[in-house]
Design a protein around this ligand. Structure first.
Ligand SMILES: Cc1cc2nc3c(=O)[nH]c(=O)nc-3n(C[C@H](O)[C@H](O)[C@H](O)COP(=O)(O)O)c2cc1C
Length: 225
């Protein structure tokens, strides 16, 4: 198994640097948490390794900001997208923002040493699924590996790697009994649910189900590391 990093995470002395919500979008401040740092022997480590799984909701555009700021802060960001997600924003955008290939199928970027993206999962310090559709949430809680996102997630070591899920859907989908059951199952399995928030939705409704804002997603990742 790949050696895991010990990243500084959000220690209380670092927290005092984040007084304004906008500070969570400031790459310079974020680099203290996500950027390369020296270990106790003075050796330089690479930045935090963050795996971001993107599924097919309109809130995909907000994740561009998350990835851009994390990459600027020195994090090693790897993105995987479901087929539906690629209909909203192209993989090229995420490849350019992260500086790494964006995975869109279980059948690409296969290496003989990593035929099922297991080592990609192994070397992640934290995982964020954002936006997480009602469909992908259902797949995750039922152990289905029908997209590259849920396949990689299935190889994550839950004892060492925090998994954050940011649901995004309209208010009717959010309150569906099946979806509410799935949220409870996801929490019981140890996933950290971030949001959703209330407000205006792309479907012209006003209600619960908006994905959390980029600054809130980055803050949640910092707390989880
Ligand atoms: C314009 C449009 C917007 C959508 N937005 C959402 C959304 O915000 N949340 C959601 O759960 N599904 C949304 N859907 C439906 C999902 O894309 C659909 O359920 C898809 O099968 C999800 O696949 P995935 O979970 O593999 O990405 C949207 C569909 C369309 C056409």
């Amino acid at each position: 198994m790949t050696e895991r990093h010990s990243h500084p995470g959000l220690k209380s002395d670092l927290y005092s640097d984040f007084k304004d919500p906008e500070d969570w979008l400031n790459p310079q401040k974020l680099s203290a948490i996500f950027g390369p740092h020296a270990d106790k022997n003075g050796n330089n480590k690479e930045g935090a390794r963050i795996f971001i799984g993107i599924t097919g909701g309109i809130a995909v555009y907000k994740v561009c900001t998350v990835i851009s700021r994390l990459a600027q802060a020195g994090a090693q960001v790897t993105v995987a997208m479901t087929e539906s997600a690629t209909r909203f924003v192209t993989p090229l955008t995420f490849q350019a923002l992260s500086g790494n290939p964006a995975y869109t199928s279980p059948w690409e970027h296969l290496e003989s040493s990593d035929p099922q993206h297991i080592s990609l999962a192994d070397r992640s310090d934290a995982v964020l699924i954002a936006p997480c559709t009602m469909n992908s949430l259902a797949s995750i809680v039922h152990g289905q590996t029908d997209s590259v996102v849920t396949l990689i997630l299935s190889a994550i070591n839950r004892k060492t790697t925090p998994v954050l899920i940011a649901p995004a859907m309209n208010d009717a989908m959010w309150t569906q009994p099946a979806n509410q059951r799935n949220i409870q199952l996801a929490q019981a399995d140890g996933n950290i649910i971030v949001g959703p928030g209330d407000g205006w939705q792309a479907c012209r409704h006003d209600g619960t189900g908006r994905m959390s804002e980029p600054a809130d997603l980055i803050q949640a990742l910092a707390r989880a590391l």
